[in-house]
Design a protein around this ligand. Sequence first.
Ligand code: ADP
Length: 652
Amino acid sequence: MRAESELLNIIYAKGEMAERTRAFNWSATSIGPIADWPVQLCAAVNLLLDSGFPMFIWWGKEKIQFYNDAYRDILGGDDDSKHPKALGQTGEECWQEIWPVINPLIEDVLETGDAVFFEDQLIPIDRNGVLDEVYWTFSYNPIRGQDGTPDGILVVCTETTKSNRQLKEKEQQLPALEKQKQLYDNITSGTPDLMYMFDLHYKFTYANRALLEMWGKTAEDAIGKGLRENGYEEWHAEMHEREIDQVVATRERVRGEVAFPHATLGKRIYDYILAPVMDESGEVVAVSGTTRDITDIKKAEAAIIESEARFRNMAEGSGVLIAVASVTGDITYFNKAWSVLTGKDTEELLGFGWCTIVHPDDKDAYLNLYLESLEKQVPYTGEYRILGKNGEYRWLLTSGSPRFELDGSFTGYIGSSIDITERKQNEQRKNDFISMVSHELKTPLTSTISYVQVSQRKASDRGDTMTAGMLDRAYRQLGKMKTLINGFLNVSRLEAGKIYIDKKRLNLASLLKEAEENIMPEAGTHTMIFAPVAETWVNIDKDKIEQVINNFVSNAIKYSPPGTTIQIDCETKGSFVHVSVRDEGMGINPEDQEKLFDRFYRVEGQESKSISGFGIGLYICKEIIERHGGEIGVISTPGKGSFFWFTLPVER
Ligand code: ADP
């Protein structure tokens, strides 16, 4: 037997378990005192006590136990702990709760001499008074005796409970992650944009449905592969790899445009953005990308640019004056013809610059027309004079068409103007001619009428009824001629601004009474109804208003068959008196109705062909009524009859 101090030369290690091992009364066990231990056991126990790794020994048939400090920590340190009882205890006594599980394993190793290794095994142990679910990775290694057969087992183990729990937690999180991925997939698969992710080795870690379709590949085929493997040409792959490097280095996005072939659509143009994906510490861990097919946008852009260029070319080369206005009415473009006409740089005319060279007499009216149309966003046509390059005013006829986007939003006007100065001058000459001729005709006609009148009276007195009858007809024909000539004179006076309205306060009822008396004898062919008129005071030019009424009535007679009724009404509504003439004649088509009041406008048609007239009566009526501050119009149904009306402000 060795002395106690010698034990230090057998069990060398320091630490709690080394102390306890040396101090333990081994004689009370089947192993016997330390001094008698076989070399193999001493070697194994020393190895165990020196190790920082949890280790454990079962020795001999009774599986007497040794363990080190690291293993002690696993056993726990409270009152119910297996430590320190487990030292020198038999295996069966110590591990009652699991002995049926581990004993066969131990026996197996002892019998065969083959080590066994277990990874992440759940071995619940009674630790700190509770049965703990503990995961272990451990090996049972034989400790061989002198004859080579195992006399004991060295257990080397680590507790993996913690990492195992984490794994479990992760597994529990997996469905949530999977759900999130599905959601993400749903979102990205609905868009025609290409979405993808690269790892830092330029491999695709994600590709959405649109991208897979473009490649003509499945996710299994494409994910984990690089650009070249997914069919990118060398230049293209190199370009993106360079860009990925740039994104990683700068942590900033890269945007670019590239053209390459789609699996089914052929060559397309793409706009792409590569962006860094960073972890919490700000390190770039991946590069995400989105790519949009902009082929159609590019085409549309090109088409717009081309059509714009074509428009400018056409406009510049055109002799027509062309201008483009914005939503606000500012002119944003004048073609070259404008500077040719005005002798000014078109820059000076932009915006509302052109207004400064519009004739002062025309400016307000034209500008009002333009601004009112702009507000209503409707087409307009207007005439005005503008200062030409020679210092002479030129007459322009301008038509403006509103422009609208595809979505219906108003974008301004495009206006085309033509120089109508010559036309205006011709008209003036024609007017002057008509005026002169009418004037020249008027004097002989007036004297002829009086000669005829005198002769007719003389013939009547003589009892020469035949001559008197013929002279009476001649008188009527001359009357018609006088009306025509007066009409022409009126037109030319009107256009020269020489028609004067000489207003006087009078009762419209008496004016209508007079008209009735004059008209009745002439209108034997039709049933004339003059509705009773209340006293109505107006401030008017009596002759001119009489002319309007006569015009309405004679038209009604002219354009409705004999035997039908013509009704004349006069009624006050609010501050206006309404005068109307209703007939049961041929009526007027809606498209003609609005033009009736234009100069020289006559309805084309078989019926009206045979009826004499020049289409100036209603034109003059309109001018007269408007100069009285009233309105004029017609309501008519073709084949049924017409209802001509005008209004005048009532004088209270
Ligand atoms: P005109 O001398 O030709 O009658 P107006 O200016 O008085 O000239 O009339 C213009 C045109 O309007 C006429 O040519 C005719 O076609 C049409 N018109 C005028 N009054 C009537 C009516 N009561 N019924 C049908 N058509 C009419």
